[in-house]
Design a protein around this ligand. Structure first.
Ligand SMILES: Cc1ncc(COP(=O)(O)O)c(C=O)c1O
Length: 482
């Protein structure tokens, strides 16, 4: 089959796929997340590279059948796992349009309308932050790249010659700070930035799973006395484990006192910016020097879309601006070319899906989504507090809940085993998915309500399953200790 399909073929294949996706979406409220435990065996694909093609319609049909019938379904309403959502449908359409038009956003000249739509999307986000004064931002592939960019900005701000001369130009070894619960992308970032993973100081958290401000300040003073050069603090707005939000005002104050860059990793929780009702959870985020936000998490975008915002746009230029003979510098007025303010050269339009979702559904749709999910999680936490079988392992703030088996006086290892057993049994039939974790040193079952399809019915079914399995376990334990 040749590449340039005719109109009839394009339509036939396109409609076939749209029909398949439509049927898939129609069943998402009740779709099991994956096959039952006993059926989860997957062979490696070992066929050779096809020399000649096969009928497109058949290949597409077989592919959809296999992916859907035997797949792991993050878009299901019963996926209560890590921070991946059911994608908003119009965002899927935007992805198709982006693939078809294939805009290259490196330069404005070659993408005047896409670049302008992207800047508008960024402006909408910045306005919700409440940035006063100049700000800059760049779309990224996700939170890792956004955090990487933010730490590079922080380094460049404190060590202006670093981007040219690397560590040789640094008067003393840099150090930066984040809580023990901050995301592991930070280790990767500091390693790849050449700082060494030891430069990242992990600060203990309080009972609310927030960075302990006293410990933070003590650590900064200690490092400074030891001849190191503290340059940045990363606060988390919505930790991956528990959805905890650091005390942004306290950390902003510490950064100001010690002249440190204040980065907020809001990959998950900064979505709350779009809820008027809960915006106060992020009070003082506007004081940040940089912010990470991942639309492909709580803003229900398909992978991939991240954003990093900064109140120091000139630093973006300092770290990313390069010369290239095949793009003239003539066009220096107006907004910057994207390749001068971001790590990427070939740059996919990761913003169009969010632009379209905002345009079609409006901010109020996000307000409702966020408020409803926080309420569902609050009710769930209340249910845990009143339960005989479970207790909370961490406070609930966002729609992420850490619960654990209630076994008063039992050693931690016994509770951990009970949690693992419970999780295995509750997810055995494949209907739903949750994960396990360790928070402040204690084991927990972790769930996040992130799909806009998840409602009270799904939560009630989950609670019934948790209770049933926990009671069975307790009964078995009582018999064996008899
Ligand atoms: C708080 C936080 N920061 C950063 C990241 C990394 O984001 P991404 O997976 O988009 O690279 C995550 C991912 O879960 C996260 O929860």
């Amino acid at each position: 089959m040749k590449f340039d399909l005719d109109s009839a073929q394009r339509r036939q294949l396109g409609y076939q796929l749209v029909d398949c996706i439509d049927e898939y979406f129609a069943g998402l409220s009740d779709r099991p997340v994956q096959p039952a435990l006993e059926e989860r065996t997957f062979d490696e694909k070992d066929g050779e590279l096809p020399e000649c093609g096969t009928d497109a319609s058949r290949v597409l049909r077989d592919l959809c059948t296999e992916l859907i019938d035997r797949g792991f379904h993050i878009p299901s309403a019963n996926y209560l796992g890590l921070m991946n959502p059911t994608p908003v449908y119009v965002a899927i359409l935007a992805e198709m349009l982006v693939a078809a038009l294939n805009p290259q956003l490196a330069s404005r000249a070659r993408s005047p309308i896409p670049s302008s739509l992207e800047r508008q999307t960024i402006r909408w986000i910045s306005n919700r932050v409440g940035c006063t004064g100049e700000s800059g931002a760049t779309f990224t592939t996700g939170g890792n790249e956004a955090n990487f960019t933010a730490l590079a900005l922080a380094l460049s701000r404190h060590f202006p010659t670093w981007i040219k001369a690397a560590s040789a130009s640094m008067p003393s070894r840099p150090a930066l700070y984040a809580s023990s619960e901050a995301h592991h992308s930070l280790e990767k970032c500091v390693g790849l930035l050449g700082l060494g993973r030891e430069s990242l100081r992990r600060i203990p958290v309080t009972e609310r799973i927030e960075t302990d401000p006293e410990e933070l300040e003590r650590s900064i003073r200690h490092d400074r006395d030891a001849g190191l050069r503290p340059f940045c603090v990363v606060a988390t707005a919505g930790t991956t484990n528990s959805g905890a939000i650091d005390n942004l005002g306290a950390i902003a104050g510490i950064c100001k006192r010690h002249n440190l860059w204040f980065h907020v990793d809001g990959a998950y929780g900064a979505a709350v910016l779009f809820s008027n009702q809960h915006r106060s959870l992020l009070n003082n985020i506007e004081l940040a020097d940089s912010i990470t936000l991942d639309p492909h998490k709580w803003l229900a975008m398909p992978l991939a879309a991240g954003v990093v915002l900064t109140s120091h746009p000139e630093e973006l230029l300092r770290i990313f601006d390069v010369e290239t003979p095949y793009l003239s510098r003539a066009n220096t007025h107006g907004p910057m070319d994207n390749f001068r303010i971001g790590a990427q050269w070939s740059r996919r339009m990761n913003s169009l899906k969010l632009w379209l979702a905002f345009k079609v559904h409006g901010r109020q749709a996000y307000e409702q989504l966020i408020n409803r999910q926080i309420k569902l999680a609050g009710d769930f936490a209340e249910w845990v507090r009143n339960s005989e079988e479970f207790e909370l392992a961490a406070p609930q703030v966002l729609p992420t809940i850490n619960l654990r088996t209630k076994l008063p006086g039992a050693p931690e290892e016994v509770v951990r085993q009970a949690n693992e057993l419970l999780l295995r049994e509750v997810t055995r039939d494949g209907k739903r998915w949750m994960s396990s974790t360790v928070v402040r040193g204690i084991s927990a079952i972790r769930l996040t309500i992130i799909s806009y399809l998840t409602g009270e019915r799904h939560i009630e079914e989950l609670q019934a399953a948790l209770t049933r399995v926990a009671r069975q376990q307790n009964a078995k334990a009582a018999v064996s200790s008899f």
